[in-house]
Unconditional design. Structure first.
Length: 119
């Protein structure tokens, strides 16, 4: 079963109210709430946020600095990539994990230690 959106739920409630002869004010209320939700969603931008843009630059720097066929820990990548050296280990890990998620890096684990390599 596919997850219902808020607009779908408003439509279901409205249909129920119309079917069961509800007061016109209730139907108008549901319509106004649905319109507010649609308006709010239309204002969202597809433009990446400032943090997303920074992370994309950092991700490219990571990919460009890693040699093919080599395995690196997060700390090693942080030492090799000058852009990451000033960041915390947690932030560097987030950037690297995003690369794993999109399939540009592979993550392997050996004796509890995570290693990353180019795909």
């Amino acid at each position: 079963m596919e997850k219902m959106t808020i607009v779908d739920k408003y439509n279901s409630v409205r249909d129920f109210l119309v079917t069961h002869g509800a007061d016109a004010q209730m139907i108008e209320f549901i319509d106004s709430r649905k319109a507010l939700t649609v308006n709010k969603n239309s204002k969202r931008s597809d433009k990446p946020t400032k943090a997303q843009a920074e992370n994309a630059i950092l991700a490219e720097a990571v990919v460009n600095s890693i040699s093919a066929g080599q395995r690196y820990t997060v700390s090693e990548i942080q030492k090799n990539v000058t852009e990451l050296s000033a960041l915390s280990n947690q932030r560097a890990t987030a950037v690297i994990r995003s690369l794993v998620r999109v399939g540009r890096l592979a993550r392997t684990e050996e004796k509890g230690k995570a290693y990353f390599s180019l795909v």
